[in-house]
Structures are given as C-alpha cells and as structure tokens.
Design a protein around this ligand. Structure first.
Ligand code: R5P
Length: 311
C-alpha cells in the first residue's frame, strides 16, 4: 500500500475509517472545517507529493456542502502535487437530474461531473449510480461498483421462503431481474407514475400472491416509493414485504413514513450515514460496503481488475 493515502471529508468519516481498517492503513490527517462566515476551510496535515490519493466523500444531505468540501479538498491536493486524485463518491447526488425532462431545466448530474473534473479528480469511484449512463458525463475513468454482492449475501442469509424480487419502477427492472436470476426467485415490476414529484399511481405487473416480496431500489428519499409499493404488494397478496435499498438519503419525514409503512424490514448500506432517528428504527438493517470499496481501492492502486469483483 506504498504511496497510497486516503482522506475523508465530513460526509461519512466512519465509512472512510472502515475502508482504512480493511486496507490496514491509517486515515490521512486532514482538517475540514468552517470559517466564521461559513466558508469551507481545508488543511492537509501530511505530505501528499507524488502520492496516489483517494478522498472519501458521498454527496449526501446537505449535498451542496458535501460537494463543495470535496471540490475544495481536491483543489488543495492538486496544488500540493498529489500524483493522482480519486474522488470516492459512494453516493452521487444530483443523479436524478441526468437529462432535460422539460424545457429550460438543467442537467445537474453533468454539471457535477464537470465540477469534479475541474477541481482535480483524475478518477471517480462510485456505487449504484441512479443511472449507469452518468459514467459518460466524465472524460476520466469511472469505476462504478455495485452493492449487489453485499445485498445478495444478506438476502441469502435472511430469507429462505418463496421470494419475489420487486422493482418499484421501470428504471430498476434490470437490477431486480439480475437479483431474481441469482436467487432463483420470481420477478414483479411496479409501474410508478409521478406528477411533478408526487407519486400519482402504482400498478403491479406480476404475481406476488403468498410470496415474500423484496423491493430493490437505489435510494430512499422521502420513503414514499417503498411505503406505497409495500401497500400495493400486500393488497395483491404478498405474505410479507421487505426492502433492500443502497443509499439511505432519507429526507426529514422519511423516517416516520417508513415507520408507519407496511414494509417489515429495510436493509440499507453505509454509503451514507444514517440520521440518528433512522438508526433507532427497528426495521432498519445496515450492511457495510466498506470492504467492497476497500478492495476496489486496493485493486486500483495495484492496477488490478475491478470488474472481476463482480463475477
Ligand atoms: C427513483 O427513480 C429512485 O430510484 C427511487 O425510487 C426514488 O428516488 C425514491 O424516492 P422516494 O423515497 O422519495 O420515493
């Protein structure tokens, strides 16, 4: 692990610490704070000249602050002569704004890509992007990891009944189909219609009668998708409903929505730290993706294959 340094912003220091533990190296010494007017201050307290540097920073809530911390950290690293900088962004914010869905709206996911590159990123390491095409917004290498090995292992260990994998919208069908195939389970799809941002209708395609349904999604924001999908599945005869979701974005009312919903358990990963109210929920299970990220970093550093992690 010569020449390799890992630093963390304030978005998810516990994840960065676990990655370092996996790799057997100390977390780099950097102080990311605030000036009296709220501007971000950054100071790296160790030499990075000629080093391969990884900065762990999901752009979780507050997304703008965490993004800005990451940009400023990379600017400092570039000016301190780091040989290469990898932005480790396990959760990529603004990913849902990936195309023009109406006249005169931005493509914010592309703007974020431009900002990361301009600030000094030579590579992006990310996980379960909302849409894989975001990789094409970058002209630097993007290593896109999947949390699937961790989630599949959790499902295998905890659910043994007659399972159906459920995609709660058209965008998630590929993921749900892959899971169904790996688990020898059946597949159901929900046709989710939104009006503005609110969910207006959900229609089930497939049979869930008497089965244990597992909703698979990339993120929970308000909790509405998981909660309404659970209701629909129970109405159609599912014996129980569980959810496995990669990024617990969890906007303020999400915890009470999940609490009162019919979903029995919600497994999330630690790409984003849980807000304290969510950590108290009996339904929540946290799966760690730190070993996956750590192994990917090891392989990038050793110039080994990353994709072979997922075969
Ligand atoms: C939508 O396309 C995403 O994959 C999620 O289903 C959605 O962002 C979840 O949001 P919420 O929890 O607010 O329904």
């Amino acid at each position: 692990m010569d020449n390799l340094k890992i630093f963390s912003g304030n978005a998810n220091r516990p994840l960065a610490e676990k990655i370092c533990e996996y790799l057997g190296i100390p977390l780099g010494d950097a102080v990311v704070g605030r000036f009296s007017d709220g501007e971000i201050s950054v100071e790296f307290r160790e030499n990075v000249r000629g080093m391969e540097v990884f900065v762990v920073q999901p752009t979780s809530i507050p997304a703008n602050d965490h993004l800005m911390e990451l940009l400023i950290m990379m600017d400092a690293l570039r000016r301190a002569s780091a040989a290469s900088i990898t932005a480790v962004v396990p959760y990529y914010a603004y990913a849902r704004q990936d195309r023009k869905t109406a006249p005169r709206v931005p493509i914010s996911a592309k703007l974020v890509a431009n900002l990361l590159t301009t600030a000094g990123a030579n590579r992006l390491l990310t996980m379960d992007l909302h849409t894989g095409q975001i990789q094409g917004f970058f002209n630097i290498p993007v290593d896109h990891l999947y949390s699937a090995p961790v989630t599949l292992d959790y499902i295998r260990r905890n659910f043994t009944g007659d399972l159906v994998m459920v995609s709660p919208d058209a965008g998630g069908v590929e993921r749900a189909r892959a899971f169904a195939k790996r688990l020898n389970a059946s597949l159901a799809i929900i046709d989710k219609r939104r009006e503005a941002t609110a969910i207006k209708a959900m229609t089930l395609v497939g049979n869930v009668w008497g089965k244990e349904a597992i909703i698979l999604d990339d993120m929970i924001t308000t909790g509405a998708t998981v909660s309404l999908a659970a209701e629909l599945l129970i109405r159609h005869g599912a014996r129980a409903v569980h959810a496995c979701v990669t990024h617990p974005v969890l906007s303020p009312n999400a915890v009470s929505t999940l609490q009162s919903s019919m979903v029995q358990t919600v497994a999330v990963t630690d790409t984003i730290p849980l807000p304290p109210a969510a950590a108290q929920l009996d339904k929540i299970r946290v799966l760690s993706v730190a070993p996956l990220l750590g192994e990917a970093i090891r392989r990038i550093h050793r110039r080994d294959s990353v994709s072979s992690l997922f075969v």
